[in-house]
Write a protein that binds this ligand. Structure first.
Ligand SMILES: [Zn+2]
Length: 141
C-alpha cells in the first residue's frame, strides 16, 4: 500500500492522501486506495521530474503558466459598406481603440453575391443585436 494516510475530503467528496496530497476522485474508500495505488506517494514537486505516472497531469496544470496569451477586446458594431469593386460588404466598426492588432486595418466581410439590400439589412440587425464584441488573441509562437 503506497498511500497509507487516506483522508476524506467532504468539500470535494473524495478520498485523498494526506501525505502526498493526491486526490482519488472516488467516493468509495477501497476504490480510492486502488486508484491511488497506481501512483507513487511522493510530493507533487518531485513527481514531475521522475516521469512517474501522473506526469501528464502535472504538465497540463503547468501549461497555463507558460502560455501568456494576450487577449484584447472591443465592443463592435456592424454596418453596411461597399467593397472596392462595388460589391456589398459588412464593415466591422470598433467602439474602442483597444485592439492594437486591428488598429491599422478596416475589417469588412464580403457578402455573397445576389444578397439583396433587405437581406443585408436583416443580417446587420441580427448581427448587431447578438454580436457584442470582438476578441483578438495572439497565437502562441
Ligand atoms: Zn500518498
Amino acid at each position: 500500500m503506497k498511500h497509507e494516510s487516506l483522508r476524506w475530503n467532504p468539500g470535494t467528496q473524495e478520498w485523498y492522501c494526506a501525505r502526498c496530497g493526491r486526490s482519488s476522485g472516488c467516493v468509495d474508500e477501497p476504490e480510492a486506495q486502488l486508484q491511488l495505488e497506481k501512483y507513487e506517494c511522493s510530493l507533487p514537486s518531485v513527481e514531475g521530474q521522475s516521469g512517474a505516472p501522473g506526469t501528464e497531469t502535472m504538465r497540463l496544470i503547468r501549461k497555463p503558466y507558460k502560455m501568456k496569451l494576450r487577449t484584447e477586446r472591443s465592443g463592435v458594431r456592424f454596418q453596411a459598406a461597399q467593397a472596392e469593386n462595388g460589391d456589398s460588404a459588412i464593415q466591422l466598426e470598433l467602439f474602442h481603440d483597444t485592439v492594437s492588432a486591428l488598429k491599422p486595418y478596416t475589417l469588412s466581410f464580403e457578402v455573397l453575391r445576389g444578397t439583396t439590400t433587405t437581406q443585408i439589412k436583416s443580417l446587420l440587425e441580427l448581427m448587431n443585436e447578438r454580436i457584442v464584441g470582438v476578441i483578438v488573441t495572439a497565437k502562441e509562437k
